[in-house]
Design a protein around this ligand. Structure first.
Ligand code: PMT
Length: 219
């Protein structure tokens, strides 16, 4: 008989997809995250016997088998849903959460006005879900973040590992073909205090399992 998977029976919270920050009733600030990476992690964790809560931003993906899903829209809603999902053994933050949100949502559609050739939006910082989970009184045993980088992947990812006080950071290059946003494939470098491991390039479905292998090893 095969040995039980180390993740079997554990509670794992995964965030996935983009957040939409509303400007007015018809416009928002969003990003290109499809949710594929986070959904693949949630699906793989459920296949391995974990109890999975998937907090999903606005995406067009089916809920993986055996996964409990909560849909959210904004960074603030994702923050609340993830923290309401604690306690958990593991948190994986694969969502592309907006760093800034409009200070105010206009009640009506923002109009062009004669004589104005521009529009200034006032944005405020969102709360950092990953850092708040890592600093929480009911901190999961393992907190895993992602880092989406266009350059200096190694130094930026290591800086996020330290600053957000997480256990693992999976860095991916964005803005290039075949990895990061929207693609079915990705390439990750996973960093922890004192080590790192490259995973892929490979389909996100396969990388999800390789990442969970590292999670299981480090629990
Ligand atoms: O969804 P796909 O199309 O499959 O694309 C996958 C992906 C590129 C979105 C994914 O692999 C990825 O990199 N996710 C993190 C994207 C991101 O927002 O990275 P960041 O470097 O800006 O943020 C670092 C970490 O902090 C992330 O774990 C993020 O979830 C978290 N964060 C950021 C801001 C915030 N307010 N709260 C957070 O929790």
């Amino acid at each position: 008989m095969a040995a039980a998977d180390a993740l079997a029976g554990l509670r794992i919270v995964v965030s996935a997809g983009p957040t939409y920050e509303d400007l007015d009733p018809v416009r928002f600030i969003g990003n290109r995250s499809s949710g594929k990476m986070g959904f693949a992690i949630a699906a793989a964790a459920a296949r391995r016997g974990a109890q999975v809560l998937l907090v999903a931003g606005p995406v067009a993906l089916a809920t993986p088998a055996g996964v409990q899903r909560v849909d959210v829209r904004s960074a603030a809603q994702m923050h609340d849903a993830v923290l309401a999902g604690l306690p958990a053994d593991v948190y994986v933050g694969a969502a592309a959460v907006a760093d800034f949100t409009p200070r105010q949502v206009a009640a009506g559609k923002i109009k062009k006005r004669d004589g104005e050739d521009g529009l200034t939006l006032e944005l405020v910082r969102t709360r950092d879900i990953l850092a708040d989970v890592a600093g929480h009184a009911r901190r999961p045993r393992l907190v895993v973040g992602f880092a989406a980088e266009t350059d200096s992947v190694d130094s930026n990812a290591r800086a996020k590992l330290v600053k957000k006080k997480v256990d693992l950071i999976a860095a991916n290059r964005v803005g290039v073909e075949g990895s990061g946003f929207e693609s079915d494939d990705n390439a990750l470098v996973v960093y922890w205090n004192g080590g790192e491991q490259a995973l892929g390039p490979a389909p996100k479905t396969e990388l999800a399992d390789r990442l969970l292998d590292l999670v299981a090893e480090r629990l």
